[in-house]
Design a protein around this ligand. Structure first.
Ligand code: HEM
Length: 230
């Protein structure tokens, strides 16, 4: 039963809204650079409802500098986009499998009584797939920066559950967000090998992903940090 929740296709997600996504012959949504933000429920990157980031792009640059994130990392992230795009559903399926296998993580998608909110899982899954492509596109401009703080709020009690009207625990613990950077980037590695690139190039793509996910986990920590301490 739970397994089914974690392998649910995007078809159900796109049939409940007014989306005009690209569909393959099975009628499933194919996420690509042509997918427009408004086609994914709750995905608001670049939208007017997203609050401005509390740090500037220059300050973002200093975090990048502190974790050795360079133009070369941007280049290898962009190469990874073409490698990952055909496998993005499978990749996110692996991550969902990890969450589903860990009750302390699955609790974030469940009510206090332990009932999993499957509609919530499906809607977040579509945005998660889009996140893979956004991360790999490496266009870390003002809209992207603003949206990182929105993603942070969506994990914290200040904003969790609101986007999807979910019936689930109201807060993701800070400790697990940092911890999940490891399984997310470790399980990504075999997918980076699927593009026929050399071991050295795969290594560079992987290193760039580790830095980007670390960077984003730092930005998402904002609502968890005492005012003035971020
Ligand atoms: C490196 C670690 C993590 C990554 C990369 C990640 C990624 C994401 C992404 C991309 C979204 C959708 C953002 C959007 O709305 O556009 C999301 C939402 C969510 N994530 Fe995470 N996440 C991480 C850690 C965690 C952890 C540890 C949990 C706890 C199980 C968790 C639970 C959730 C939940 C419940 C939502 C939906 C929040 C809401 O809008 O109500 N995440 N995450």
């Amino acid at each position: 039963m739970l397994r089914a929740l974690f392998t649910v296709s995007l078809a159900g997600v796109v049939s409940c809204g007014t989306q005009h996504g690209t569909h393959d012959t099975q009628g499933e949504l194919v996420l690509s650079s042509r997918t427009q933000p408004e086609e994914i429920p709750g995905y608001t990157l670049g939208g007017p409802e997203v609050a401005p980031a509390p740090i500037t792009l220059e300050e973002l640059g200093l975090i990048k500098k502190s974790l050795l994130f360079t133009a070369e990392d941007e280049k290898y992230l962009r190469i990874s986009r073409g490698v990952l795009e055909p496998h993005v559903e499978e990749l996110v399926g692996v991550w969902y499998g990890f969450v589903g296998a860990n009750p302390h993580l699955l609790a974030s998608f469940s009510s206090d009584a332990g009932e999993v909110d499957s509609a919530y899982l499906e809607r977040v899954r579509a945005r998660f797939e889009r996140w893979v492509l956004d991360t790999a596109s490496a266009e870390y401009d003002q809209d992207w920066l603003d949206y990182q703080f929105e993603i942070g709020r969506r994990h914290h009690r200040v904003g969790k559950n609101e986007t999807d009207n979910a019936r689930a625990e109201d807060h993701v613990k800070f400790r697990y967000i940092q911890a999940l950077t490891i399984p997310v980037t470790t399980t990504l590695r075999p997918f980076l090998e699927k593009g026929g690139h050399s071991t050295e190039e795969v290594e560079k793509m992987h290193a760039a992903w580790v830095k980007s996910v670390t960077l984003q986990a730092i930005l998402w920590s904002y609502p968890y940090v005492k005012d003035g301490d971020f």
